[in-house]
Design a binder for this molecule. Structure first.
Ligand code: NAD
Length: 488
């Protein structure tokens, strides 16, 4: 068992200036979504601890060695974090599986993915370079990239450990110092991360981790000692974060919601498209920002595709999260289950055809389990087509090939999309027309294949900025230009 034992309460659930300390905020009851029983309690950060964490990060930025280290040395710390995460993989995966309702095999992949994010940015840290600007013989001008400063980071519950890695690794690699707040649904795995930061002797105050909910989150965002906010969560909270950050002209990076489309053309490999679509929408029980929850299929193959999708879905195993063969666990909370259920009912009421699923699976009444649900004959304007459901629900509609781009773009969001066709010229034309940040053509690669290499983020209401890749690192920097007169 891990040092962060799920079965004991955690009064000292804040990692500030290299120490575990007690919060004065509200008590968070962490529940097991598989049975809705209490797992443990965690004490939130109050305003005093938010102040202390920001102060520690500020001192570490202005007086500590961190931003001035040779970037290769920062990278060495990140490499050590990656190694320590790998060594603790099983503990961390079990915590996320049990407390977020994630099947263990997926949880393990996420933890190893988190280790890779740290490794990737360990390598990229020394490569954060500027450029020279030709300004004639009388001047020498260059740019440098410098860390933004103290960054406040907020993460959601759907990928608790991985999301923390996506935020911390590039910010630390860039030389920033950080205060990261976890989700009140899933505060536990980040406490193991805090233990790891302490065990590898990360300089004090460089990374501070707070447990807490909305109060701690809004105090962090509004704090005058913060230079930048990096937020992942819902679009509505993202808007509130942006508004609050505006008062201090803080930089904001926002990774928000989605309602991502898959386009299936008549010449596609339908077996591959159906199998990938099932993973793309039902992975993590649909609680993924990039879930492909709208599918548009060319009319000639519509019926066949829906039948294949239904057959593939029937193969999914829903059940105990620690069972290695489980594909779908429960939704995060009872209230969330009720919202998903309400949206599913709206689908039937609005005239969509329920192909399978639609409610609670038999025999799993104690937890927040929801059957993978397929609606066909869906139309624009239905709530199940427009709203982010964040559950295992997909709307499959018929399309003419000429309408594909317009249908896919008919959304307030613009996070991801998938295209299935053997005609690569058409695929590239469609990809060019889509107003989204990530596109897969004839593929649904696993997170481990993508690693940390591709920049990820959204157009429109899916957010501002990009995480991962080089852009994910540059996002945590300011560009400075320097001009030297060399002839008088
Ligand atoms: P949420 O918006 O409720 O909360 C996100 C974080 O913000 C949590 O830590 C929460 O405690 C904190 N928070 C809540 N209110 C706040 C406030 N007023 N000020 C500051 N912080 C506040 O989101 P959630 O329910 O935890 O996560 C689900 C959402 O996250 C979905 O919409 C999903 O699409 C989105 N998401 C997006 C991405 C992406 O990369 N685009 C990735 C994962 C999840």
């Amino acid at each position: 068992m891990t040092d962060v034992d799920i079965s004991v309460n955690h009064p000292e659930a804040l990692f500030i200036n290299g120490q575990f300390v007690a919060g004065t905020g509200e008590e968070i009851i962490v529940c097991n979504p598989s049975n809705n029983l209490q797992l443990t309690t965690v004490r939130s950060a109050g305003k005093l601890q938010v102040d202390a964490a920001v102060a520690a990060a500020r001192v570490a930025f202005t007086q500590g060695p961190w931003p001035n280290l040779v970037p290769f040395e920062r990278g060495q710390y990140l490499s050590r974090i990656a190694q320590a995460i790998e060594a603790r993989c099983e503990d961390i995966a079990r915590i996320d599986a049990i407390s977020s309702g994630k099947p263990i095999k997926g949880a393990r992949r996420e933890v190893l993915g988190a280790a890779r994010v740290f490794s990737y940015y360990a390598g990229l840290a020394p490569d954060l370079t500027g450029s020279t600007i030709p300004l004639g013989s009388q001047n020498f001008a260059f740019t440098s990239r410098e860390p933004v400063g103290v960054v406040g980071q907020l993460v959601p519950w759907n990928f608790p450990f991985l999301a923390a890695a996506w935020k911390l690794a590039p910010a630390l690699a860039a030389g920033c110092t950080v205060v990261l707040k976890t989700s009140p649904f899933t505060p536990l795995s980040a406490l193991v991360l805090a233990e790891i930061l302490r065990s590898i002797d990360l300089p004090k105050g460089v990374a501070n981790i707070l447990s807490g909910g909305q109060m701690a989150g809004s105090a962090l965002v509004a704090h005058p000692g913060i230079d930048m906010i990096s937020f992942t969560g819902s679009t509505s909270t993202g808007a509130a974060v942006m508004q609050s950050a505006a008062a201090g002209i803080k930089r904001v990076a926002l990774e928000l919601g989605g309602k991502s489309p898959t386009l299936v053309f008549a010449d596609a490999d339908l077996a591959a498209a159906a199998s990938a679509s099932v993973r793309a929408v039902f992975g993590n029980s649909g609680q993924s920002c990039s879930a492909r929850s709208r599918i548009y299929v060319e009319s000639a193959v519509y019926q066949e595709f829906v039948a294949r999708l239904e057959a593939e879905t029937a193969l999914l195993k829903i059940g105990a999260v620690l069972d290695e063969t489980t594909d779908l666990g429960p939704l995060i909370a009872r209230e969330h289950w009720q919202r998903v259920d309400e949206l599913v009912r709206s689908g039937t009421k609005d005239g969509a055809r329920l192909i399978c699923g639609g409610g609670r699976p038999v025999g799993l009444e104690d937890g927040n389990y929801f059957q993978p649900t397929i609606f066909s004959e869906t139309k624009a304007g239905m709530r199940i087509v427009e709203e982010e459901i964040f559950g295992p629900v997909v709307a499959v509609a018929c399309m003419d090939a000429s309408d594909a781009i317009d249908l896919a773009n008919d959304s307030a969001f613009g996070l991801s999309a998938s295209i299935w066709t053997k005609d690569l010229t058409r695929a590239l034309k469609v990809a060019k027309g889509l107003r989204v940040g990530s596109i897969n053509i004839n593929a649904h690669p696993s997170a481990s294949q993508i690693g940390a290499f591709m920049p990820f983020g959204g157009f429109k209401q899916s957010g501002i900025g990009r995480e991962l890749g080089r852009q994910g690192l540059e996002q945590y920097t300011e560009t400075k230009n320097v001009l030297i007169g060399i002839e008088s």
